[in-house]
Write a new protein. Structure first.
Length: 366
């Protein structure tokens, strides 16, 4: 099989998406049924995978990625002679209709209800993203989803029949004994709570910040800091500025540390050393970060928002999104060892080997 994989991100990609691609490429390199893979993406993404064995990298311009076209690369792709085209995101790829192609739905935010705190510009962008995602999904020969919640959303929004949708969740990585590297600015002996994700209203980080400040005021978290990892969302600056202003007003700017984007080893260090991991998202399609926390055997507190209970099962303690008082109670309970979570990896989790096997079985069938 000759695979053409096209990533249509205009610039950077998330850590979870990078992990997925790396896991797939590393297995494909050892797979005798895969003759060759050509990976098309913008330069910053290509740079992350150029060292992968048996991977042919082809750079595209940001404009091509934005428009979903392969202008100027037609002959190179035609000479490559792909058997199948795979687009691991919900963006339409134009100009390759003669090839069967598979698409993966990653982002459920455009299909979710409006999240409080979103700027007008971002709400308009989400509407455009939703229309484009529906068009893209309808154009695909087959759609991969990461959860039953996402599968139902695709069927509802697009009318695509169930036989053209496959549920293949991401795999669970071994992170407990993985390489670690302490992020800059962190004291080695500090105790801390940890959360990670793009800094946007859909991630709901204000729940944790409010709960943390309350617990500090009541002296329930003596000598415990809060570390927040994740890139700053450019359309959420006003929302984030209000949060930072409130932190400063309460006098806790030295206790709450914004770590920015962390690489895999830095994330692993935080998982290994945190008291507990909190996922405050309002909507997810899978939430690979929470799964990585489970793999590291970290206590987890999560919202009840889709699709987190489906993915994480009984492992975490749950709270209602927006109810920071309930979250504060859950934090105290988990730290005291009286939480309701089982901390047992759920049976629905699959390995990356199983993820790859299911994906390749689908590709072969197509």
């Amino acid at each position: 099989m000759r695979l053409l994989i096209v990533n249509l991100s205009v610039s950077a990609i998330s850590g979870g998406y990078e992990e997925y691609l790396r896991q797939f490429f590393s297995r494909a390199a050892k797979d005798s049924q895969v003759e060759a893979i050509m990976f098309v993406s913008v330069a910053p993404v290509i740079a992350k995978f150029r060292d992968m064995p048996h991977l042919i990298c082809l750079e595209m311009t940001p404009m091509n990625a934005l428009l979903g076209t392969l202008w100027g690369m037609g002959k190179t792709i035609s000479d490559f002679r792909p058997d199948l085209v795979y687009v691991p995101m919900e963006k339409r790829l134009k100009g390759l209709s003669r090839y069967r192609h598979v698409m993966m739905l990653q982002n459920m935010e455009p299909f979710a209800q409006t999240v409080p705190g979103n700027s007008l510009a971002w709400r308009l962008i989400l509407k455009v993203m939703r229309r484009r995602a529906i068009t893209a999904l309808k154009s695909a020969s087959h759609v991969i989803v990461l959860s039953e919640f996402a599968a139902q959303g695709v069927a509802r929004e697009t009318g695509i029949k169930a036989k053209h949708i496959s549920l293949i969740p991401h795999g669970i990585s071994e992170t407990y004994n993985a390489e670690t590297n302490k992020p800059e600015g962190i004291a080695t002996d500090s105790s801390f709570l940890f959360t990670a994700g793009s800094l946007a209203p859909a991630r709901g980080v204000e729940d944790l910040i409010k709960a943390y400040i309350h617990l500090k005021k009541t002296r329930s978290l003596e000598n415990v800091k809060l570390y927040i990892a994740g890139g700053r969302h450019r359309f959420s600056r006003r929302w984030l500025s209000k949060i930072e202003l409130e932190i400063a007003r309460e006098g806790y700017e030295r206790d709450i540390l914004w770590l920015g984007h962390l690489n895999r080893a830095e994330m692993n260090w935080c998982f290994k050393n945190t008291l507990l991991f909190v996922i405050t998202s309002r909507v997810e399609s899978f939430c690979i970060t929470a799964v990585e926390a489970m793999a590291a055997q970290v206590p987890v507190i999560s919202t009840k928002c889709p699709c987190l209970p489906e993915t994480l099962a009984d492992y975490p303690d749950y709270y209602q999104a927006g109810d920071w008082q309930q979250l504060a109670q859950k934090i105290i309970a988990v730290m005291a060892g009286s939480g309701e979570g089982t901390r047992v990896i759920p049976d629905n989790m699959i390995s990356w080997d199983e993820n790859y096997a299911r994906t390749m079985a689908l590709f072969n069938n197509l």
